[in-house]
Structures are given as C-alpha cells and as structure tokens.
Design a protein around this ligand. Structure first.
Ligand SMILES: Cc1ncc(COP(=O)(O)O)c(C=O)c1O
Length: 348
C-alpha cells in the first residue's frame, strides 16, 4: 500500500525548512525592516525591492479557479523542471533508490536523476508508443520511488492510454508523476480530477507551452496536500520571482487569448500534416495530441542540416531509441509553417 511515510527520505522527514522574514510575524504591518532589502526602491520603473510571496498565494488562487482544485493541492515552481528536481530531492535517496522512465520521453527526468545520483530504470514504450506494463512491473522493486509518464508524450506527441496509467496508480506503492506539459493541446482529459482518487498521483503542468510564458519560468505540480507540503518544505524559499508572479497572474486572466491560439495551433498542425505527407522523404507522421509532430523520414540528418542552413531549427530525434529517422517539428505561426514547407520543397 502507498504511504508517503514509506517513501519520504528520512532527512526530509526531519527537515526544519528555512523560515523567511515574512513567515515569522502575524498581523498587519507597514514598515518592513526585517529582510535587509533596499528600502528606497529599485532603479527601475517598477519596484522589485521586496522579496516575492514565497507561497505564490495569488497565483495559486487563480490557478485553483481555472483548474478546479484547492490551492493547497498546488505547488508552483520555477518551471515544471524545478518540480521534477524537487520530487527527486524529496523522495529519492542518492545512490540507493531508483526511478522508472519510459523512453522515448522528455529528457529532464534522466538528467535530474543523474544530478541527484539516482538510478534510472528504463522500460521502453511499445512500438505504438504505449506503456509496457509488464516490463514496468518487472522493473519495480522496493527501492523504486517514482515513475514518470509524459502524456501527451514528448517527443512522440501521442497520449498514453488512460487505463494503463490508472493501473499503475492503483498498483504502485510509490508516486506516479504524470507530466501534462502539453495537455492543453490534447483530446484527452487531464488527470488533475483524479487527485481525490489517488494519493500517489502528481500531475505536472506548465505555463511554458500553450500559455506562451516559457520565458517567465512558471510550472505547477498538483498533488495530495501531504505531497505538496513536502515539496514546499524542500523548495528554495523564493523560488518564483515577483515579476513572474505578477505577469503570470495577468496572463491567467486572459484564458480566451490562449484558447484561440490553441485552436489555431491545432488547425495549423492538421494543415502541416496534410502537406508533409506528400513529400517523398516523409515515411510516417505520428498522431499528435501536442503542439508538435514527430515525422519519420528517409534522412533525418540531411533534412535537419538543410533546414539549419536555411535558418530553420527543428529537433533531430534520430538518435533517440524508437525514433530512428525522426524529426520533431513544433507548430509555428502560419507564416513560419509556410517558410518551412517552401524550404522543404527545395530539399532534394
Ligand atoms: C514534457 C515536458 N515537461 C516539462 C517541460 C519543461 O517545462 P517548464 O518550462 O515548465 O520547465 C518540457 C519542456 O520542453 C516538456 O516537454
């Protein structure tokens, strides 16, 4: 049975978190001489001389409205990459514990594991880019703390079968992390609504993709209150800066614009797929639930280099397991997609 106390690192269980100046008083105050800030202001039009809210209260309240989960079930990080790293630091003892990843998938799970000196057990996706449940079951042992599932998956673009994920959630005694960075583009439902069902579920989302805020570095984890409490204890005190909090809040009030872009991106994706199908160097285009497509070609390296020479950068994934010959192409604006197609027409 899953029990957070069985998987939490002992040093984290016993950790006294950093207590910031603003955490230590209660009541109203107008004179802040507690944090060694510059009391005069900032040499900018906007003042940033005060430390940001360590718990990002306003951003969480707005996210709570949009996502339909209580703020206490939300962690906000310096990108979802920070949430990934914090999960390792909270639950995985370096040199002792292990995690499972299911390649081809997002590269940061492996990198974060390496940084934290945590063993990675790889169970390849099937040829259809779905979970190999038997392989995963065999790879799990009593030191397996986390399983990372990316859905829609990067770089393949497809969603992972929901029933398979639920099988893992119901049977695994550690934490199942579902990375939904591309969920806004997907036909599938988010797993956020399953938080009440599964105590061992962590859903990652980000403002870097559909929300168009990659430069601000704001990502979220949705999980049980006890997991969020641990993550808050482990995170750096002021992990999301004031400018990012303010701008994220402003952006979160403009859902309509984002929804229009999502629609346009999906329409552009369909159009690009139809056009690319006719090129003789395109062997296959995999079904995508994301804002990119994975295209199997006769000569990934040649096409990639040709595009670079013409000032167009895509991602060459040919060296990734199960992605031989594949290029990953992000859906751009109509103009960018046209430049891509016009350039590819000149490729021999
Ligand atoms: C699957 C996936 N998860 C997470 C991230 C990183 O998101 P963030 O910008 O919030 O750190 C990416 C970025 O490419 C991604 O593809």
């Amino acid at each position: 049975m899953y029990d957070i106390n069985n998987i939490l690192r002992e040093n984290i269980k016993n950790l006294t978190p950093y207590s910031s100046a603003r955490d230590e008083y209660q009541g109203e105050a107008s004179v802040f001489l507690d944090a060694n800030e510059n009391a005069f202001g900032s040499p900018l039009d906007t003042a940033y001389n005060r430390y940001p809210d360590p718990m990002q209260y306003q951003v969480k309240m707005r996210l709570s409205e949009i996502k339909g989960v209580p703020a206490r079930n939300i962690f906000v990080g310096n990108g979802s990459d920070e949430a990934i790293d914090i999960l390792f630091r909270s639950f995985c003892n370096p040199g002792v514990d292990n995690v499972i990843i299911v390649p081809p998938t997002y590269g940061m799970y492996q990198v974060s594991a390496n940084i934290n000196d945590v063993e990675v057990r790889k169970v390849l996706l099937t040829e259809e880019y779905q979970l190999n449940l038997e392989g995963i079951a065999e790879a799990i042992d009593e030191r397996t703390k986390l399983i990372f599932i990316c859905s829609p998956n990067n770089p393949t673009g497809n969603s992972i079968n929901r029933d398979d994920i639920e099988t893992l959630l119901a049977n695994f005694n550690g934490i199942v992390v579902i990375d939904e960075a591309y969920i806004n583009f997907s036909r599938q439902k988010t797993f956020i609504q399953e938080l009440t069902e599964y105590a061992n579920l962590v859903v990652l989302q980000t403002l870097s993709k559909a929300w168009g805020l990659a430069g601000l570095r704001v990502g979220m984890a949705f999980a049980s209150e006890e997991i969020i409490e641990v993550m808050n204890k482990v995170k750096p005190p002021y992990n999301v800066n004031e400018a990012s909090q303010q701008l994220a809040l402003e952006a979160l009030n403009n859902v309509q614009q984002v929804n229009e872009w999502i629609k346009e991106t999906l329409a552009q994706r369909d159009k690009l797929v139809l056009t690319l199908k006719d090129f003789n160097f395109v062997l296959d285009i995999y079904p995508s639930d994301a804002n990119f497509i994975l295209v199997k070609t006769t000569d990934a390296k040649g096409i990639y280099n040709f595009l670079v020479q013409n000032g167009i950068i895509i991602r060459n994934r040919t060296n990734v397991e199960l992605c031989e010959g594949c290029l990953r192409i992000t859906i751009g604006t109509p103009d960018e997609n046209k430049i891509l197609i016009d350039t590819l027409q000149q490729y021999k």
